[in-house]
Design a protein around this ligand. Structure first.
Ligand SMILES: Cc1ncc(C[n+]2csc(CCOP(=O)(O)OP(=O)(O)O)c2C)c(N)n1
Ligand SMILES: [Mg+2]
Length: 592
């Protein structure tokens, strides 16, 4: 981290803002500048936010101080942008909002970031403490700290300018150390205008040393894991989003290849190894989960996405029964083990350290898994891949999810550095299973909650952080949650190609009102909507595509030009299924 002396700007630096009248020779700094300086000192150069009282001047001053300030149309999208920037960079993404309603709009993203272990800091301006605490009805009055606390990893408030350095340092450490997550930082309006002697200000700032310290696993835990792995007849590795976050890509590849064990990537771990890797068992998921005898989880939690490690998915007799697997779980949090089923070999530490410790123990002569297991997996996998190839080769009219995604699959194969943002139900599930990813941290999606609304925020941040082409595959419903941010995409001229899979509604466009009245069914939208026109309204490129060939040429052109583009891809409105792949979670399905 080096020993850079903190640079502190004086209040005189605010000359860009006409309403400020500070003396250019001023030897004082203020709350505004101390927050900016503290962020910059810690290598944070981008803010995602939405201006208003009391943070408007702050956004101007941050921009004047050389920070990238990306201004959104709704705070939730700024929050989602901050969260995914955190995932991509291992530095906390910053979301900046106004008080009460702006804060609340950002809070969903903060909670989602915490659930997904994305490091972010929601910084909200707040109203006067004295008035808030006496509930005297201040402008945008709300006890934001109390409300944020249960929804994030940590929450802090700074009341005095001399504590800004500590406040930012604590927020950074809390966001990125251990299990990363969301942090709330409450900055009352009054704080920004407080002044401090420049020298005292400089000394008050903290450059955080080693914000996410390595956590080395215990040697006996490593041995226990290795022994269990060695005893396996039908081993399986499951790579989670935590493994992708860890940026230990080469070691994870080495672990998989040196053990020769088939692996399953969770959604956002796709591409950690290329999906075309011969050890990928993704196409044989429903075979390997119940058949495996030892499963090593690498940064993957046994939550609903893995059917809680039990039940029929895992070969259990009833829906809550254990399937007989033994588990090795690599996780940074010691509390994760045994959350759903017994973990026989918990390996607690950061994923990079754990994987390198395993590699050291594995050495060069690790026995490959039994050939019967590998050939059984390969047989299932090849059969399913061949079946999928047949479906993808069809060219039905109207276009369906498969024929459209056959195009997207080719486009990603030809542009493996592009980020793929993905949300929806069918639009999500089909994309995940059809579109292969080739590089780590390129697939960004709805994550642990299956939340709609991450789309455009993720697109903006992915483009800003990576500079790479971004492609979003969006259900038409999913897109609607953040659709207004196409203006943001145009405003910053970002290389984002949004493809709206337009099937006239949520899951399908075919439901009818059971009561027969004039209102359409709750899942149905305006038929034949032209989302492409929305992009054109802001100067971007809009394309209406009804065939795979039209979709292909529009996507190719978007990538060639790097212009903001929205393709309205018309999908057969009968093609989807209720809730995509998770129909069984609907209460009425449970009743049956
Ligand atoms: C914040 C939020 N609200 C509601 C939902 C419920 N939900 C799940 S998928 C979905 C939309 C599915 O429709 P669409 O995006 O058009 O995808 P399709 O299945 O039609 O391809 C909704 C509303 C959710 N997951 N998150
Ligand atoms: Mg839809």
């Amino acid at each position: 981290m080096g020993t850079v002396e903190p640079q502190v700007s004086t209040a005189g630096d605010v000359q860009q803002h006409p309403s400020m009248t500070t003396d250019a020779q001023s030897q004082v700094t203020d709350g505004f500048h101390l927050v900016i300086d503290a962020l910059k000192l810690n290598g944070i150069d981008t803010i995602f936010g939405l201006p208003g009282i009391p943070i408007t001047d702050f956004t101007r001053m941050a921009q004047a101080a050389g920070m990238r300030v990306i201004s959104f149309r709704h705070e939730q999208n700024a929050g989602n942008a901050a969260a995914i920037a955190g995932f991509l960079t291992q530095k906390p993404g910053i979301c900046l909002t106004v008080s009460a309603p702006g804060f609340l709009n950002g809070l969903t993203a903060l909670a989602n970031a915490t659930t997904n272990c994305f490091p972010m800091i929601l910084i909200s301006g707040s109203s006067e403490r004295e008035i808030v605490d006496l509930q005297q009805g201040d402008y945008e009055e709300m006890d934001q700290l109390a409300i944020a606390k249960p929804l994030c990893k940590a929450a802090f408030r700074v009341l005095h300018a001399e504590d800004i350095g500590v406040g930012i340092a604590r927020a950074i450490r809390a966001a990125v150390s251990g299990r990363p997550g969301g942090v709330y930082l409450d900055l009352p309006g009054k704080l920004f205008a407080q002044t401090l002697d420049v020298e005292a200000g400089r000394k008050s700032l903290i450059k955080v040393v080693d914000p996410a310290p390595r956590q080395i696993p215990a040697q006996d835990a490593v041995q226990r894991a290795l022994e269990l792995l060695k005893s396996a007849k039908r081993p399986l590795i499951v790579l989670g989003k935590g493994a992708a976050y860890a940026q230990a890509d080469a070691d994870i590849l080495a672990l998989v290849e040196r053990t020769g064990i088939p692996y399953l990537p969770m959604s956002m771990a796709k591409g950690l190894l290329p999906d075309t890797h011969e050890q990928s068992a993704a196409a044989a998921r429903s075979y390997v989960l119940p058949e495996a005898d030892v499963v090593m989880l690498v940064g993957a939690r046994l939550n609903w996405l893995l059917s809680h490690g039990r039940g029929k998915t895992w070969g259990g007799k009833g829906h809550k029964d254990w399937g007989g697997q033994k588990f090795i779980q690599i996780d940074i949090s010691p509390q994760e083990a045994d959350s759903n089923v017994r973990i026989d070999a918990p390996l607690v530490g950061d994923i990079g350290s754990c994987v390198s410790a395993l590699l050291a123990g594995i050495g060069a002569s690790w026995p490959k898994p039994p050939a019967e297991w590998l050939s059984a997996v390969a047989e299932r996998k090849n059969k399913n891949i061949a079946k999928m190839a047949e479906t993808l080769a069809k060219n039905p009219v109207p276009m369906n999810f498969h024929s459209a995604l056959a195009v997207v699959r080719d486009i990603i194969k030809a542009n493996p550095d592009a980020c793929l943002v993905n949300e929806g139900a069918n639009a999500l599930d089909f994309t995940r299973s059809i579109v292969d990813m080739y590089k780590p941290r390129k697939r960004l999606d709805v994550g642990t909650w299956g939340v709609m609304g991450i789309g455009m925020g993720f697109c903006v941040a992915a483009a800003v952080v990576s500079g790479q082409q971004v492609i979003a595959i969006e259900g038409d419903s999913a897109f609607g949650f953040s659709g207004m941010e196409v203006e943001t995409i145009c405003r910053y001229n970002l290389p984002v190609c949004v493809v709206v899979f337009n099937n006239n509604g949520i899951y399908r466009g075919t439901d009818v009102n059971p009561a027969g009245g004039p209102d359409v069914a709750p899942t149905v939208f305006v038929k034949g909507a032209r989302y492409d026109k929305l992009m054109e309204a802001f100067g971007g490129v809009g394309v209406h595509a009804t065939t795979p060939a039209e979709l292909r040429s529009a996507m190719e052109e978007a990538i060639r030009s790097r212009k903001p583009t929205l393709i309205n891809a018309v999908i057969d409105e009968t093609a989807g299924t209720e809730s995509g792949r998770i129909t069984s979670l609907n209460p009425s399905a449970k009743k049956k």
